[in-house]
Design a protein around this ligand. Structure first.
Ligand code: THU
Length: 130
């Protein structure tokens, strides 16, 4: 996956962030997940007054795709509408690792981005396989 394709995916994540429901934190996050057939699955964070029920953008995108029968992925982009950028949280790293342990991951905002991969984000993912 070349850098231009990842930047294109990041732009889709930016668009997905527009649907974020983030009245509590104010952080609007979007995710764009590219599957092996070239389809992009979008997700955003969905917060709740009971804060811990919040679903992150990455998990929204992954769960949407898996619920539609898609389990093979090529790349993930995460956009945050903020001055600071952040990589996927620990819970999302575990979920990414379940379905796409080796995909490239780009995260960023309007000013900057970083490119990494799922195995770097979570080198010792929990697994039931010995
Ligand atoms: N958030 C995400 O959507 N993805 C992450 O990987 C980290 C955090 C959301 C959750 C919450 O709505 C807001 O960002 C602030 O934590």
């Amino acid at each position: 996956m070349d850098k231009d394709a990842l930047l294109e995916l990041l732009d889709k994540a930016r668009q997905a962030a527009q649907n974020a429901y983030a009245p509590y934190s104010g952080y609007k996050v979007g995710a764009a997940l590219l599957d092996s057939l070239g389809k992009v699955h979008l997700g955003c964070n969905v917060e709740n007054a009971s804060y811990s029920l919040t679903n992150c953008a990455e998990r929204t995108a992954i769960f949407k795709a898996v619920s539609e029968g898609v389990r093979d992925f090529q790349a993930l982009a995460v956009w945050v509408d903020s001055d600071t950028i952040f990589p996927p949280c620990g819970a999302c790293r575990q979920v990414i690792s379940e379905f796409a342990p080796r995909i490239p991951v780009i995260f960023g905002n309007a000013l900057r981005h970083e490119i990494t991969d799922a195995a770097t984000l979570l080198p010792s993912a929990f697994s039931l396989d010995k």
